[in-house]
Design a protein around this ligand. Structure first.
Ligand code: ADE
Length: 222
């Protein structure tokens, strides 16, 4: 999967892609992440990418022209399956959306900044508008990193069997059950006996029961 991230401050999201699973995915050529600085597509000498809003009001608006140029340059090289705009007023990201996006080949992720993009960008270019929650960040960059992480870990081959995404919370509509590692007894706090029994059938049943119990307690909405 190829992901092209368009931002006015691309440097602030490079680091999440430089370690752990997102790095492993790139090293294995399962994910190809490319950053694009919108200022490189600005027309004037000031590298201007934002302007005052028509009708007045606080904040600046990201201009359509640099975004148009950047998207056009990318589209000249390949077709894209989705152009995703990160915005607090988008559809809230969930595991189902991440699952669907992980099946695509080429996507563009456009990070909003300032007050957001000129509405015409959304009308003309954007295919999906996504939020990572009902709160406002200073820009879409961190949201883009969250989105990419949620997608990349689902690409077949990125996670080994031992960390399969199939056992993640939400994959079956349930939160993951409690997990433990050594020591079996830490200052009197003991690991449930069943997990140490070696009886895989009973362990599976215990995990399922506890996943259901935890979901009912913490996220009854699921
Ligand atoms: N940009 C600013 N806040 C955001 C959010 N909550 N989700 C996605 N993009 C954003």
């Amino acid at each position: 999967m190829r992901i092209d991230i368009i931002s006015v401050v691309p440097d602030i999201i490079r680091s999440p892609f430089e370690g752990s699973i997102m790095k492993r995915a790139q090293d294995a050529c399962l994910a190809d992440i490319n950053f694009h600085n919108l200022r490189d597509y600005a027309s004037n000498n000031y590298k201007q990418v934002d302007d005052y809003p028509y009708g007045g009001g606080a904040g600046m608006v990201m201009m359509i022209e640099p975004i148009d140029k950047c998207i056009k340059a990318l589209k000249n090289c390949r077709d894209y399956d989705a152009i995703i705009y990160m915005t607090p007023d988008g559809e809230v990201l969930n595991q189902g959306i991440a699952n669907k996006l992980s099946l695509l080949n080429n996507i563009i992720v456009l990070c909003g900044h300032y007050k957001g993009v000129d509405q015409r960008v959304r009308d003309i270019f954007v295919t999906h508008e996504l939020s990572i929650g009902d709160y406002v960040l200073s820009g879409g960059e961190l949201a883009a990193a969250v989105l990419c992480d949620s997608i990349i870990r689902l690409i077949p081959g990125v996670l080994g069997n031992e960390t399969s995404a199939l056992t993640d919370s939400f994959q079956d509509g349930l939160l993951a059950p409690p997990i433990y590692t050594r020591p079996a007894n830490y200052k009197g706090y003991k690991v449930p006996e069943i997990l140490r029994s070696g009886n895989s059938l009973e362990i599976d049943t215990w995990r399922e029961d506890h996943a259901i119990k935890k979901t009912k307690e913490k996220r009854p909405d699921l």
